[in-house]
Design a protein around this ligand. Structure first.
Ligand code: ZN
Length: 131
């Protein structure tokens, strides 16, 4: 059985976070067993910083996979607190991740909880809202 906590913790060391020193990692598990990874990438112009959730999911789609291929999403924050995706990532995930896909979130102590997009963003904005 894969120890995602250890994988995520190791992956988080690859985050580029010289400003916040807040290291975050994400792993997207796909139905074919592929694991797609992402970390947060900061920038001196803070607003162009990108979170681990978005670097991970962007890569999933870049590799040719889609929402239907994703069976689980893992997230790790280098924090004592229980982390959760920021508002921008919630909207990003709402569009690109199945709303009932389990999202398992770890902190640096190994504490975790499982949630879904349905719980994180119950009234997410969709393309239907554009009609
Ligand atoms: Zn975010």
């Amino acid at each position: 059985m894969t120890n995602y906590f250890e994988k995520l913790k190791l992956l988080s060391t690859k985050a580029y976070a010289p400003y916040s020193n807040f290291h975050v990692s994400a792993i997207c598990l796909l139905a074919d067993g592929t694991e797609v990874k992402g970390v947060n990438i900061e920038n001196a112009a803070y607003s162009v910083t990108i979170c681990a959730e978005r670097t991970c999911l962007a890569q999933v789609y870049t590799l040719g996979y889609q929402k239907k291929d994703i069976i689980k999403f893992f997230l790790y924050t280098d924090s004592n607190q229980q982390g959760s995706p920021c508002g921008t990532c919630r909207q990003f995930l709402w569009e690109l991740l199945g709303h009932d896909v389990p999202i398992e979130i770890y902190n640096q102590k190994g504490d975790s909880y499982v949630t879904t997009m349905q719980d994180l963003l119950p009234y997410g904005f969709t393309k239907e809202d554009l009609e």
